[in-house]
Ligand binder design. Structure first.
Ligand code: TNX
Length: 442
């Protein structure tokens, strides 16, 4: 019997038999009786056969096959597999530091290896506006020319953005655009003073503080801005989701925040997209039908974060879980990590990133209320692809497994061994992962 395969994410069921094939030709068929994104992979003396529920399932079967390959060939195996959650996400903050199309494509390549199917792009924040909007051209041309530390910044043209969307789609990844409103808007206010409460532009912001900016809620210019921006972003988005932020709007009065979220939510919904917002948006009881909440509180909720998240479910929506003390990839691994932050009960070890159960986080939130999971990578301290990879890997793999693999039979003790065995595969893809403590790297 060969050693158990070091597959991440772990398949729903796997049976290994004695032997290897070195005949790599693959016979693929689509069998609509199989689940969406699911597949069956059989390797035996007759060769390699894949049956998949759809094209995504065939793609994932091929990714599993990549991981199974050894020097001796592919082990005889029978795998039946399908994801636990249909939303398996990563987020990249391209605002605090800008990342080029090529850098985003590199991240997409890596996400696809582990069956992640959504990349949420945080396209606007205090430090930079990163997507061109025809009706408000200075957002990118002025608001894009900055980043944390005062660098050049940058932005995506519509053609750039279309390239990212297409590259993602080839890997069965949906891009989820976020325009963060009504806070986190300093860069927009730099470009257009009429959007600011005092009607004057602030100076460009190059630090890493949060919660100090707000749109001038109630002004007709702001309504026009939100309508134009969300309309253009929706038109660039073939995917179903439009994220409108809503987090940490500490300078917005509560009544203004609620009025704004109602209005912006309705504008976003009128584009035909499903609205997504950070959990603070759940303070509103007037969300568009089916609005998705993204929970970024702790694995054991504090303050009113859980209540705000559950509000989305009460209003007929589902949740994306991103508990900050588990899946925030910008947290340090330990005291020795040169990059990253610690505010979310950090440091965050690989075990912390793995050892939690999605249905146990929020009372009254069951499996069916959870659309899926997402690991955000905020980039206040991150400037290059190599740095990004050292923070994302290997903790992003915990998210990939939690979002794909069944909860039954999951244990950190078993996972850490499987993760260590995956090192040659990570090396083969040139991934700059951190050999973090707690994993028996060889
Ligand atoms: C909180 S999480 C933020 C971001 C920061 C991040 C840093 C969330 C919705 N907002 O603005 O970049 O912490 O970890």
């Amino acid at each position: 019997m060969p050693a158990p395969a070091a597959l991440i994410p772990r398949p729903a069921s796997i049976a290994l038999a004695d032997g290897y094939t070195t005949e790599y030709r693959v016979e693929t068929t689509i069998d609509p009786a199989l689940p969406a994104e699911g597949y069956r992979l059989e390797v035996d003396a007759d060769g390699i056969r894949i049956a998949a529920g759809d094209d995504a399932g065939a793609f994932y079967a091929a990714r599993t096959l990549d991981q199974l390959r050894t020097d001796r060939g592919v082990p005889y195996v029978r795998i039946e597999d399908a994801p636990r959650f249909r939303y398996r996400g990563a987020m990249l903050d391209v605002s605090r530091h800008f990342f080029t199309v090529e850098q985003v494509e590199r991240y997409l390549d890596l996400l696809a290896l582990f069956k992640i199917n959504h990349l949420h792009l945080h396209l606007s924040d205090d430090q930079g506006w990163r997507i061109h909007i025809d009706a408000w051209p200075k957002l990118s041309e002025v608001g894009g020319r900055n980043e944390v530390g005062g660098g050049q910044g940058g932005f995506y043209t519509k053609a750039d953005y279309a390239r990212i969307v297409a590259y993602a789609a080839e890997r069965f990844i949906t891009i989820v655009p976020e325009i963060d409103l009504p806070g986190h808007t300093n860069a927009a206010l730099v470009a257009y003073p009429e959007l600011a409460p005092e009607g004057v532009s602030p100076v460009p912001y190059t630090g890493d503080d949060v919660g100090f900016s707000t749109l001038a809620i109630g002004k007709p210019e702001v309504t026009r801005f939100v309508t134009d921006v969300l309309g253009e972003v929706a038109a660039m988005t073939p995917g179903p989701y439009l994220h409108i932020g809503g987090d940490e709007s500490y300078k917005t009065k509560e009544e203004d925040f609620l009025a704004f979220m109602k209005e912006a939510g309705a504008i976003a919904a009128s584009t035909g997209k499903t609205v997504v917002g950070w959990h603070e948006m759940g303070r509103s009881r007037e969300l568009p039908a089916g609005t998705i909440g993204q929970y970024w509180g702790f694995v054991v909720p504090r303050d009113r974060t859980g209540e705000h998240a559950v509000s989305f479910v009460g209003q007929g929506g589902k949740l994306i879980l991103s508990p900050a003390d588990a899946v925030y990839l910008d947290m340090k691994y330990d005291e020795s990590t040169p990059l990253g932050l610690v505010w979310a009960d950090g440091p965050t070890s690989v075990q912390d990133s793995y050892d939690w159960e999605p249905t146990a986080v929020l009372d009254g939130v069951d499996e069916d209320d959870i659309l899926g999971l997402e690991a955000p990578l905020w980039t206040e301290t991150i400037t290059t692809s190599e740095e990004l990879e050292t923070m994302a890997f290997p903790r992003l793999l915990s998210l990939a497994e939690l979002a794909w693999s069944p909860a039954e039979g999951r244990s950190w003790e078993e996972y850490r061994e499987r993760l260590a065995s995956l090192a040659p595969y990570l090396d083969a893809h040139g991934i700059h992962y951190t050999r973090a403590a707690g994993v028996p790297w060889r």
